[in-house]
Design a protein around this ligand. Structure first.
Ligand SMILES: [Zn+2]
Length: 401
């Protein structure tokens, strides 16, 4: 009886102690997150702000203030709060523009991204892994969303690279004549395309050669597998999650995760509720499950962030805009992720992938001599061989007789 009385008296003190400890550990994790993200600003693989600029403001930047705009989930103030150090802005073009004005629309999206990045001193347009590392601002990069943008032209692909695009998602929600989209896609075009065609393989090789990252989000499993079988450079999923946790074809199944590890590429995890919880409600923990799962299958070296903000509508409770990334990092720390693993997914993994893509590009044989990569080079190649043979045949008798 006496003992029960003592326990009753002690209970409020124990409760206070427990609350104190919990708040201490919350403060500690929050502070640790801030420190980690300050030293390793996050690189995000996919943001559709440019789509919203077209949809809401017809790309008229003069009508808005990007620092404080609140009709979108992204603004400069929120990016800073979220410790975003580099952002791939998506130059997205709707599938309905395929074989029509897709090239022009992509040019207009690249134009608005470049103007945005040049007009705001908080941003800096970069085109290399070194560029991301050199800047103290938020690095701006361009990703082309949808292979239909190049209109089946390697020349157009190369020109988009020259304009600064550094990845291309091989399909959006429609097949192209050369690559198959995930789940059949809502746009019933080029239904005969299965996986990657011969021209699709040429696109992959040309992307390797010029140093443009291959993005497999939105592609069919077969397309992904076929690209992974031939790409000399690491590839990414710029905004996809784990298929085992939400079985839709926009996500990555285990066998492809393993191929991504072998390829030294990465999956930048999508935050969209429909992809992480298959339409059910989701919170920070639901998303952290995808990070944990991919880590369990292939390790933390192949994971990154692909928020997909402003491209879709549903986001997990607590992760409503780009200022909220630190809350996800806090959750991962609470789940036992080590500092070096957090640094890897924030930044280092993507820099590894990007610099390897650049190295592969440097090593590939120059354009004129590469008969395999560029069909147009064929005649030039044979011409050179023919000329050399002519000289040898002409000079040979003089040298020896
Ligand atoms: Zn997308």
């Amino acid at each position: 009886m006496e003992r029960t009385k003592k326990m009753t008296l002690l209970a409020p003190f124990l409760l206070c102690f427990f609350i104190q400890m919990t708040s201490c550990s919350t403060d500690y994790i929050s502070q640790k997150t801030q420190n980690l993200m300050k030293s390793h600003p996050l690189i995000d693989g996919h943001n559709d702000l440019a789509l919203q600029l077209r949809r809401l403001y017809r790309n008229k930047l003069s009508k808005i203030n990007l620092r404080t705009i609140n009709t979108t989930r992204t603004n400069l103030h929120k990016l800073k709060t979220g410790h975003v150090g580099a952002q791939f802005w998506s130059a997205y073009v709707l599938c309905g523009a395929q074989d029509k004005d897709a090239v022009r629309l992509a040019l207009e999206q690249i134009d608005v991204i470049k103007r945005m990045c040049n007009e705001y001193e908080e941003l800096e347009f970069v085109t290399s892994s070194q560029g991301i590392q050199n800047t103290t601002k938020i690095a701006c990069l361009i990703g082309l969303e949808g292979g239909h943008i190049i209109d089946s032209s390697l020349a157009a692909l190369r020109m988009f690279y020259d304009l600064g695009a550094r990845y291309m998602t091989l399909t959006h929600t429609c097949n192209t004549p050369w690559a198959q989209t995930s789940g059949g896609g809502p746009h019933k075009v080029y239904q005969e395309t299965k996986g990657l065609t011969e021209f699709g393989k040429e696109v992959v090789k040309e992307m390797n050669r010029i140093g443009m990252i291959i993005d497999l989000s939105h592609t069919s499993f077969n397309t992904s597998r076929e690209v992974l079988a031939i790409s000399q450079a690491p590839v990414i999923f710029s905004h996809s999650a784990a298929y085992a946790l939400c079985g839709i074809e926009r996500n990555v199944p285990n066998d492809i995760l393993i191929k991504i590890k072998e390829n030294n590429g990465m999956v930048m995890v999508n935050f969209h509720t429909a992809f992480i919880a298959c339409g059910k409600t989701a919170n920070i923990s639901t998303l952290a499950d995808h990070f944990n799962y991919i880590k369990k299958i292939i390790g933390p070296e192949y994971i990154g962030f692909g928020g997909d903000y402003d491209g879709v509508t549903g986001f997990p409770e607590g992760l409503e805009d780009v200022s909220k990334y630190p809350l996800l990092v806090e959750e991962l720390l609470r789940r036992g992720w080590q500092d070096f693993e957090i640094k890897a997914i924030l930044r280092e993994n993507f820099l590894r992938v990007f610099s390897k893509v650049e190295q592969v590009s440097d090593k590939v044989v120059p354009l004129l001599l590469n008969i395999k990569y560029v069909q147009e080079g064929k005649s030039v190649f044979f011409c050179i061989i023919f000329c050399v043979l002519c000289i040898v045949i002409k000079e040979f008798p003089k040298m020896y007789f």
